[in-house]
Design a protein around this ligand. Structure first.
Ligand SMILES: N[C@@H](CCC(=O)N[C@@H](CS)C(=O)NCC(=O)O)C(=O)O
Length: 208
């Protein structure tokens, strides 16, 4: 049995839950409250010295961190990783894009505005993240104008990585109104069997 250490209000943790639902991977969830500093306690640091969620514990007792690495590990051998060499590299291209050009702007703004509820206190930091977040959405919009998904005709783990914070971008102050291709892609993702949005999951499983 897998164990996931995380908090589903975090998009990085949501990615793991979404893929496990889609692939119907049995697992248990261990809630870690980062607002109480639980990811910085010695017991957690022994699992991930970087002090961040999510962390996956494999049935063999090994620990794996970094959300996109966990997606890659769990999706091995499934249709969620494309077969061709170039396609797999493109999948990684989008997953690195998510971590470097998307998450630091959209997820961070969402953290201050919605999770901490301190938009006024962090107004300058949020303003600084605005252009970077819009730039990431423009890159996604451009790709999705001519593609249904990020790595081919079928959804893959790059789609899950990007869906996590994009489908809640409004909570970070980013409207998707100017991005019709992104909105159509979100509709395609939400239509996938067993795909639950972050709002649906947190309503159904609030202590995860
Ligand atoms: N690159 C990491 C980022 C993980 C991350 O930033 N986790 C945040 C929650 S989304 C966290 O654990 N914050 C608590 C802390 O830094 O103490 C990943 O993709 O897993």
């Amino acid at each position: 049995m897998y164990t996931v250490y995380g908090d589903l209000r975090s998009g990085n943790c949501y990615k793991i839950k979404a893929l496990m639902d889609l692939l119907e991977i049995p697992h248990q969830w261990q809630f870690i409250d980062i607002f109480k500093g639980e990811s910085r306690q010695p017991e957690f640091l022994a699992k991930n010295p970087n002090g961040r969620i999510p962390v996956l514990q494999t049935p063999d007792g090994d620990y794996l961190c970094e959300s996109n690495a966990i997606l890659f590990y769990l999706a091995e051998g499934s249709s969620w990783i494309p077969e061709g060499r170039l396609e797999r590299a493109r999948m990684l291209q989008w997953m690195f894009f998510e971590q470097y050009s998307h998450e630091p702007f959209i997820a961070t703004s969402r953290y201050w505005i919605t999770l901490l509820g301190q938009a006024d206190r962090f107004a300058r930091e949020i303003a600084d993240r605005r252009s970077g977040g819009e730039a990431a959405l423009k890159v996604m919009e451009s790709h999705l104008q001519t593609h249904d998904f990020f790595t081919g005709d079928a959804p893959g783990i790059a789609d899950i990585a990007l869906f996590a914070y994009t489908h809640v971008a409004d909570e970070g102050g980013f409207s998707l109104s100017p991005y019709p291709a992104i909105r159509r892609w979100i509709d395609r993702m939400e239509a996938l069997p067993r795909l639950r949005t972050m709002k649906q999951i947190t309503a159904q499983e609030p202590r995860q």
